[in-house]
Write a protein of this length. Sequence first.
Length: 112
Amino acid sequence: MYVFVEERCENGNLIYCDSLSPLKAATHIRYHCNGKKEMEYTVWQSNRIGPFREWYENDQLKIQGQFDETIPLEKTGFVNASKKQGLWVSYDEQGNVMQQVRYKDGTVVGSK
């Protein structure tokens, strides 16, 4: 089963278009109205997994981090993912590091 999703800005520019399948992982890319990349991440069964990146409209990296890549299926059959792992870094619009936060299974374990 596939679900087709399409979103456009008020100016008509396409910012997101995808055919989603719950049966396989897919990379999602969303764009700002000016056509530059806004966000990129992978989704599997409605869960974000693996690398995550977000950009400002000026194409400068805004946030970079990692979601859990292991997806243990519990006895219930539900996926246990979308938990932040490791170092997540936030930047200002000039590319300077604003914040660094370390996560373990979605819980903050350190920051600076």
